[in-house]
Design a protein around this ligand. Structure first.
Ligand SMILES: [Zn+2]
Length: 321
């Protein structure tokens, strides 16, 4: 019987479940709202039901393992989710044991940023790179490093949080308690704040697109107005590019990867920010060849997490067999 892996991408809003071959082919996948407010038990039961439906719709195969990429923080060793931030009430939720018992297969839990990076390195924009960094810009900023096909891990297997690297000590307070973290400046809400402040002060196309309410100006509106060359939006986009570039420069100075893959909805519009980012990186060429680092957008769109979670399960199996 053919071997198959299941990848689960668990976010604060949606859960995606996919069936993947050991060669990295995504056979089929499903998406559903996670409805975290219903509690972890309902959530785990929902994921189990989705896996069952998915496997039932495919030709019979031997389930080799299940990988889960979850919005963090997680306890990887215990297979438990510790995340009341984006999954309210999900505190110390053992997700691995119930799924492992139900499907009689090993279950591997990974941080979602690591899983997405694994997916892009395996089957997306990072194929062939020995050193790949991934930066996912969404509600927050997730960072991950893949070195020679393996995820870089911190002490005790803990996932480092590049989204909270210090970019501006005088910057806004982050929910983590520090000031001027990268993600407080240029994740979705930070981008919206920059754009909204510009629109409130200067008006223009962004304010029109938000029906006159600056509070409704978000990253999507910023991108649309900047593409129409609205001067306020162009200035806000330059600011976004500057902060984005500072974080990428830090990653490059610290790790000098072959490439950085950018994921998340706003980064699909990276061409808009690329000149500003390049201008920042060009200033760091004297110590390292920063301008030679490829900056690419993710290729797998919503599927990098599912593929990467399956890859994580596969690599765990390979390590222990
Ligand atoms: Zn922070």
């Amino acid at each position: 019987m053919a071997r198959i892996l299941v990848g689960v991408d668990l976010g604060g809003t949606n859960v995606r479940v996919g069936a993947v071959t050991p060669a990295g082919e995504l056979l089929d996948w499903k998406i559903s709202p996670i409805e975290a407010a219903n509690g972890p038990q309902a959530g785990v039961a929902k994921i189990a039901g989705m896996i069952e439906a998915l496997l039932g719709s495919l030709p019979p195969a031997e389930l080799a393992g299940i990988g889960i990429g979850s919005t963090g923080p997680i306890d990887r060793g215990r297979g438990a989710i510790q995340n009341p931030y984006t999954l309210p009430s999900w505190v110390d939720v053992d997700i691995a044991s119930p799924l492992s018992a139900r499907f009689a297969a090993p279950v591997i839990l990974e941080n979602d940023a690591d899983a997405a990076a694994f997916g892009e390195a395996w089957a997306g924009a990072g194929r062939g790179m020995r050193r790949m960094a991934m930066v996912t810009v969404g509600t927050g900023i997730g960072t991950a490093l893949i070195l020679d096909g393996k995820i870089y891990r911190g002490m005790d297997g803990i996932h480092p949080e590049g989204g909270h690297m210090l970019i501006d000590p005088a910057g806004p307070e982050c929910y983590c308690g520090a000031h001027g973290c990268w993600e407080s400046l240029v994740a979705g809400p930070g981008i919206a704040r920059l754009a909204s402040a510009g629109a409130a002060k200067e008006g223009g196309a962004m304010l029109e697109m938000a029906d006159g309410d600056p509070a409704r100006v978000d990253a999507r509106i910023l991108v649309r107005a900047a593409r129409q060359k609205d001067p306020t939006a162009v200035r806000a986009a330059e600011q976004v590019a500057f902060y984005l570039g500072l974080g990428l420069a830090n990653i490059i100075l610290l790790t000098l990867p072959d490439g950085i893959v950018l994921g998340g909805g706003v980064m699909a519009e990276y061409d808009l920010f690329a000149p500003g980012v390049r201008a920042v990186l060009d200033r760091h060429n004297s110590m390292v060849p920063a301008s030679r680092v490829q900056i690419l957008t993710a290729q797998l769109a919503g599927k990098s997490g599912v593929l990467g979670a399956a890859r994580a399960a596969l690599s765990e199996l390979e390590e222990h067999n």
